[in-house]
Design a protein around this ligand. Structure first.
Ligand SMILES: *Cc1c(COP(=O)(O)O)cnc(C)c1O
Length: 372
C-alpha cells in the first residue's frame, strides 16, 4: 500500500462541468470579478455566517488587505510564532511591525504571552486556527482585544468549515483570511477570501483589491492598493470545490476518528487534544512524539519501508527561528519554548478526502512498527 501525504480531489463530473463553465467564461469575455466571483463571495459569506466576503487571488493577499483596511502602518501586530510565513510577512508588507508570541499545547496563540507582549503601538492580534482547530481560548483573546482596543484578525487558511460552539471559523474577529491554495481543504487553484461583518472593512477591501481604485470602472486611485483580484476561472473552480466542502470535511473527520481510536493503543505518540465543543475540519491531524524520538528518522523509515508519506508539519520551525525573522528581530532560540518544543515533536498523519479507513489503519500499523 502506498499512502500519499495529501491528494487533491476533483471528481470527473466536476471537471467536466468546470470545462463547460470555463468555455462559457471565455466566450463571455468577462474574465475577472464577474458573476462567478460574486456568487462565490455570496455563498461563502452565507456559509461562514458573515455579512460580507471578498474574493482575492490568495490567502496572503486576504491577510494583507485586512491588515491594510485596519491601518496597521506604523503599528505593531501580535502574531503566534507557530504559523506559516505569510502570517507575519503580510504584517510587514502592510507597513506594520511583527511581535511574536508563544502558543499553548493546542497550537493556538497563548493569551498570557499576548498580554506580556502588548505595547503602546500595538494595534491588533492575529489568531491562526492551526490544523483546523478553532481553540476555545479565542474567547479570552477577544476579551484582551476589547480591553486594549485592539483588532482581531483570524488567519483561517486552515479552517474552512471548522467550528467552536457551532460558530464557524471566520466569524469571530473583525476580519478573517481564508486560503484556497491547492493543498488546503478546498482549492480554487490559487485564491483567497476575506470575511467580515464590518461594512467599512468590506468597502475598503474592495478598493484595495483592485489597485486602490474608487470604483471598478473609474481611474481614481484613493488607496495604496494592488492587483489582488480573483479571475472568473478561479472563482468557478472555487465554487465547484465549495459545493463539496462539507463532504470533504466529513471524509476527513471519518479518518481522524480512526486515528483517534488507533493511537490510543500506541505509546509515545499523543494526538493534540481537541475539546468536544471544537469541530476541526482536520486540515491536519497533528500528534506529538515523546521527547527523544527523532522525527526525521521516523519520517524517513515510514517512507522508505512502508511507503507512508507524512504530510507537512504545522510547522517544522517556528517563524522566529526562520532565517529572515531571526535576522530581522535578533532571535537566538529559546524565546518561545512551547512553540519550539511543539514544532520539534509534531508529526502530521496523512488525511485526504478519498482516503479509506483501511489506509488509515495501515498508516497506524506502520507507525507502530517504526516507533518500536
Ligand atoms: C496557506 C496559508 C496562508 C497563505 O495562503 P496562500 O493562499 O498560499 O497565499 C496563510 N496563512 C496560513 C496559516 C496558511 O497555511
Amino acid at each position: 500500500m502506498k499512502i500519499p501525504a495529501a491528494k487533491i480531489y476533483f471528481p470527473e463530473e466536476d471537471r467536466k462541468e468546470l470545462l463547460r463553465q470555463i468555455d462559457e467564461i471565455l466566450a463571455s469575455g468577462q474574465l475577472t470579478l464577474g458573476k462567478y466571483t460574486k456568487e462565490f463571495e455570496e455563498r461563502f459569506a452565507a456559509y461562514v455566517g458573515t455579512k460580507y466576503a471578498i474574493a482575492v487571488n490568495s490567502g496572503t493577499s486576504a491577510l494583507e488587505i485586512s491588515l491594510r483596511a485596519l491601518d496597521v502602518k506604523g503599528h505593531s501586530v501580535i502574531v503566534p510564532t507557530n504559523t506559516f510565513f505569510a502570517t507575519p510577512a503580510s504584517v510587514i508588507h502592510a507597513g506594520g511591525e511583527v511581535i511574536f508570541a508563544d502558543v499553548t499545547e493546542n497550537l493556538c496563540i497563548d493569551p498570557e504571552s499576548v498580554k506580556k507582549n502588548i505595547r503602546k503601538d500595538t494595534k491588533g492580534i492575529i489568531v491562526v486556527h492551526i490544523g483546523g482547530i478553532v481553540a476555545p481560548q479565542i474567547k479570552e483573546i477577544k476579551e484582551i482585544c476589547e480591553d486594549h482596543r485592539l483588532f482581531l484578525i483570524e488567519d483561517a487558511a486552515h479552517a474552512h468549515g471548522s467550528t467552536l460552539d457551532g460558530k464557524k471559523a471566520g466569524s469571530f474577529g473583525d476580519a478573517a483570511a481564508f486560503s484556497f491554495y491547492p493543498t488546503k481543504v478546498m482549492t480554487s487553484g490559487e485564491g483567497g477570501m476575506i470575511t467580515t461583518d464590518d461594512e467599512k472593512i468590506y468597502r475598503r477591501a474592495l478598493v484595495f483589491r483592485d489597485q486602490g481604485k474608487a470604483g471598478f470602472y473609474g481611474n481614481v486611485h484613493v488607496e495604496m492598493g494592488y492587483n489582488w483580484r480573483m479571475s472568473e476561472i478561479h472563482a468557478a473552480i472555487g465554487l465547484s470545490q465549495f459545493a463539496r466542502l462539507e463532504e470533504f470535511i466529513e471524509d476527513r473527520r471519518r479518518i481522524a476518528k480512526v486515528y483517534d481510536e488507533e493511537l490510543k493503543k500506541i505509546d509515545k505518540v499523543t494526538p493534540i487534544k481537541i475539546p468536544p465543543n471544537v469541530k476541526s475540519n482536520y486540515y491536519k491531524y497533528v500528534a506529538l512524539l515523546d521527547d527523544g524520538i527523532d522525527r526525521a528518522d521516523i519520517k524517513k523509515e515510514l517512507k522508505e519501508k512502508y511507503s507512508v508519506n507524512l504530510s507537512g508539519e504545522v510547522y517544522e520551525l517556528p517563524c522566529h527561528l526562520q532565517p529572515i525573522f531571526k535576522d530581522l528581530y535578533g532571535f537566538k532560540g529559546g524565546e518561545f519554548p512551547v512553540a519550539e518544543d511543539i514544532c520539534k515533536r509534531q508529526i502530521c498523519l496523512p488525511v485526504f478526502a478519498t482516503m479509506t479507513e483501511e489506509q488509515a489503519k495501515y498508516v497506524i500499523d506502520s507507525l507502530r512498527e517504526v516507533i518500536k
